[in-house]
Design a protein around this ligand. Structure first.
Ligand SMILES: *Cc1c(COP(=O)(O)O)cnc(C)c1O
Length: 344
């Protein structure tokens, strides 16, 4: 689709797109001097500044040779989304809700992307493919909830976003509209007053923002979130558990509390999908469970996202069991301290 000119649009256009450009900005290690093939390279200059300041983020967006190591249990479509693709833009996996992929472009490409098979600048959807999506949803009254994703929907122009939101709003059985995005983190300049004016017309829009680490919460990012709240958006976060970046209970605890402080409720934290070439990011489930236990024990539920393992059969929540025993309806329950229990 055609995008309108705007300062943020220039920022996207001027982002780093090749390893040559990147090597002029940062000193690449031998391991990083690769021509990423599976997934395109793009880093906004804003996020590049951030990784220079906080090297912990580097691995998330700078490709490494590890991407070429594919293990047996990995695939290019680990969630079997192509099986549930009903139109070019619609993935209908859960009965009452759909994923509407409206663009293949992101502000910055994460090296652990679960849709690496379909993102990139040369693959974008057309307006008639969006229209096919609206038609599919209107013909399926069981769909009450539409999750607009991609790619990153907030890389679309305001008028294209308005077109999508207004067409969804027209469908009587669609009562919940959500947007999944990382733009407030990688390109906060995109959250303009004009965008806020568009979003205001569709309250409440649930916006789930992809956060990785508390250092992403810069003044610019916080300000972008504040503006989204002023549009009546309800903010949630989604995080991927990433080895060497955020696989630490203390790091995650800080992230989730910082998010709460700016009005963003931690929604999901994902085990990294079994995407091809992603093993260097993936933690063992043992480790995920240990992190979850540490987080759940002492923190308010407000600061705890659901721990999710996403698979070809759908999302599977990982939960702690507080039921010790159930004998003929008589329950033994434990609490966060685990050495205490109670009969119920
Ligand atoms: C994650 C996902 C959803 C939304 O799931 P929720 O648990 O409701 O947030 C919808 N469709 C697909 C295909 C998904 O992967």
């Amino acid at each position: 689709m055609k995008t309108e000119p705007g300062a943020w649009n220039i920022l996207i256009r001027n982002s780093i797109k090749t390893i040559d450009e990147l090597s002029k900005e940062i000193d690449l290690t031998d391991e990083e001097k690769i021509d990423a093939k599976n997934l395109p390279l793009r880093i906004t200059s804003y996020y590049l500044d951030l990784i220079n300041k906080y090297p912990v983020l580097r691995k998330a967006v700078v490709p490494t040779l590890n991407e070429f190591k594919v293990s047996d249990d990995e695939s290019v479509d680990p969630l079997a989304e192509d099986l549930y693709k009903m139109t070019p833009c619609i993935i209908h996996k859960y009965p009452n809700r759909v994923l509407f992929t409206v663009t293949n472009i992101c502000g910055t490409y994460c090296r652990y992307c679960t849709r690496s098979r379909m993102v990139g600048d040369n693959l974008n959807f057309t307006k008639s493919q969006w229209d096919e999506g609206f038609k599919y949803i209107s013909e399926h009254p069981e769909i009450v909830d539409v999750l607009i994703s991609g790619g990153d929907p907030l890389t679309l122009s305001d008028s294209n976003l308005d077109y999508i939101l207004s067409n969804l709003k027209k469908i009587p059985h669609v009562s919940i509209i959500r947007i999944g995005t990382k733009v407030p983190v990688v390109l906060p300049q995109r959250i303009t007053n004009d965008l806020i004016d568009v979003l205001k017309r569709y309250q409440p829009v649930y916006i789930n923002i992809h956060f990785t680490h508390e250092v992403e919460l810069t003044d610019e990012c916080k300000n972008a979130c504040k503006k989204l709240l002023s549009a009546g958006a309800i903010l949630g976060s989604q995080t991927v558990l990433l080895k060497g970046i955020n696989n630490d209970a203390e790091v995650l605890k800080n992230l989730f509390y910082e998010l709460l402080k700016i009005g963003c409720k931690p929604y999901y934290i994902y085990q990294m999908d079994r995407i091809a070439g992603g093993s260097h990011f993936r933690c063992d489930l043992d480790e995920m469970i240990e992190i979850m236990k540490k987080l759940i024990s002492y923190n308010t539920g407000m600061a705890i996202p659901e721990f999710i393992i996403d698979t070809e059969i759908g999302k599977i929540p990982l939960r702690l069991d507080y039921v010790v025993r159930n004998e003929n309806g008589k329950y033994t329950l434990t609490n966060f301290e685990k050495n205490k229990s109670i009969e119920y």
